[in-house]
Design a protein around this ligand. Structure first.
Ligand SMILES: CC[C@H](O)CC(=O)C(=O)O
Ligand SMILES: [Mn+2]
Length: 343
């Protein structure tokens, strides 16, 4: 194993539980702490990437471009990254993000749809960016299929391709097999992004490192979608104990998590019963809050909604299905109750 490069995504994946309400002041203090603690890449954007601020995904408190600019001005060493989902972010937003200070773009597609990212990688390269491909919901496809998709991203100009366990549904052996397949197929670097739905965020990241991952992700205090991500401060401590610390200040990150991030978190992401259901059902972690709302509205257990969405193989962008599923289940329950009362 070698010391990996760490990207902290508190200010992007953490935007989901924050309901996209990060302020300039919060970004300034988190970036300063991460930068001082030696984190080399800091991702800042709406949780759903550039241009995510919308009725569908939730409006941001502060424009992500203003947050990126703030991040840039408070980072002395770290590179600032943004996430971009083709279909949500456009050329215009990518150019604006570059003008405001990003040096890295992470281009995310569903793990079967890498082909939609060709133009985005092309533009990113023209703009002089470092580029990362992000294959989301990677538990849904086998290692060989993911390697094919990763090769497409490499051919479009990706400098690194990530296996993204969006639903926190992988076991360590799943993470390792997927990273290994990409390492064998690609000449560029391979990364791993964990979610903690089955309590395996750190364990899966270690399995990915053992399989050869070059880059990994974390969030301070695990602040990320669903059950949260592998905690940056835990990764730093564990890497240090393994003799693989890439230059991170372990105590500095622990303090940042405790004194800067914890006080502003609306709740501690944790694998509670709903989040475990997400990992167990293998559905997208951002479905959790929507499923809870729909469950409350239609009187249905959110776990039932999530398991049904998993059965239907729902992917991000299909949030409208959540209401359909909740309604279907509620009608089914009502029909069941009527039948019972007739008997
Ligand atoms: C909607 C984008 C998503 O949050 C990207 C990501 O971090 C993941 O799929 O885990
Ligand atoms: Mn994520």
């Amino acid at each position: 194993m070698k010391a990996p490069r760490l990207t902290d995504t508190t200010l992007r994946d953490g935007s989901h539980p924050m309901r996209h309400q990060f302020t300039r002041e919060q970004v300034a203090s988190i970036v300063q702490a991460l930068d001082r603690a030696g984190v080399p890449v800091i991702e800042v954007s709406h949780g759903d990437g550039l241009a995510g601020s919308s009725l569908q995904y939730g409006f941001s408190h502060t424009s992500e471009f203003d947050l990126i600019e703030t991040a840039r001005s408070h980072a002395e060493r770290a590179k600032i990254a943004a996430l971009m989902l083709p279909g949500i972010g456009t050329r215009q937003e990518l150019k604006e993000a570059v003008a405001r200070g990003i040096q890295v773009v992470r281009i995310a597609t569903q793990c079967t749809e890498a082909d939609v990212s060709e133009q985005h990688f092309g533009l990113a390269k023209e703009l002089g960016l470092e580029t990362v491909g992000f294959l989301m919901m990677a538990h849904m496809r086998p290692p060989e299929a993911l390697a094919e998709q990763a090769k497409l991203m490499e051919s479009y100009g990706a400098d690194c391709v990530y296996i993204v366990d969006s639903a926190g549904a992988m076991l360590p052996s799943d993470a390792a097999a997927r990273v290994r397949a990409l390492k064998e197929a690609l000449s560029v670097q391979v990364g791993f992004h964990a979610h903690n739905n089955l309590g395996l965020g750190i364990g899966n990241t270690l399995a990915a490192l053992e399989a050869g991952a070059d880059q990994i992700d974390g969030c301070l205090r695990g602040l990320g979608a669903g059950a949260g991500n592998a905690a940056t401060e835990l990764l730093a401590a564990v890497l240090d104990r393994l003799g693989l610390n890439p230059g991170l200040d372990v105590f500095g990150l622990m303090d940042a998590a405790e004194y800067i991030v914890a006080p502003i978190m609306p709740f501690q992401p944790f694998p509670d019963r709903d989040a475990i259901t997400i990992g167990y059902a293998g559905v997208y972690s951002t479905f959790l809050l929507h499923a809870k709302r729909a469950g409350a509205q239609y009187g249905v257990d959110p776990r039932e909604i999530l398991v049904e969405l998993g059965r239907r193989q729902a992917v991000a962008g299909q949030e409208d299905w959540i209401i359909d599923v909740a309604l279907d289940l509620s009608r089914r329950h009502t029909a069941g109750t009527r039948k019972e009362s007739r008997l």
